[in-house]
Design a protein around this ligand. Structure first.
Ligand code: ZN
Length: 123
């Protein structure tokens, strides 16, 4: 699906994740422990402790029941998610909205609890 995003949005996402998240530092600190908690204790982009965030999202890659580590799992606070959403083109936001509506059966009113208020986070 990411290939459908506009070039502008792909570059913006790549820029955000390479400039704002210290992947090498996270890998050095956490990769040897294979525990989820250290990876998600803080927002990966701004270091705000997760417990101090008003809202946050967690991302990860699972193979069956096994977590795939590095660079995931990660936490992004609602403020950083809002920043990511603001970087995306209208075309990309439309593609993302269509994907979510087609593939997820969310309960009524679920958007009220989303950090980004009107769409799930993209990371
Ligand atoms: Zn943040």
């Amino acid at each position: 699906m990411a290939q459908e995003f506009s070039d502008e949005s792909q570059q913006a996402l790549t820029g955000f994740f390479t400039q704002r998240i210290e992947h090498e530092k996270r890998s050095q600190l956490f990769s040897s422990c294979h525990l989820i908690d250290p990876w998600i204790q803080k927002c990966a982009a701004c270091d705000t402790p997760r417990r101090e965030t008003t809202t946050h999202s967690l991302g990860g890659i699972l193979l069956g029941e096994a977590m795939v580590y590095d660079p995931y799992p990660l936490c992004l606070c609602g403020t950083c998610e809002e920043e990511i959403q603001s970087l995306l083109s209208h075309q990309t936001l439309g593609i993302w909205d269509d994907f979510v509506q087609t593939n997820f059966d969310c309960p009524p009113g679920q958007q009220l609890d989303l950090p980004t208020r009107d769409r799930p986070a993209l990371f």
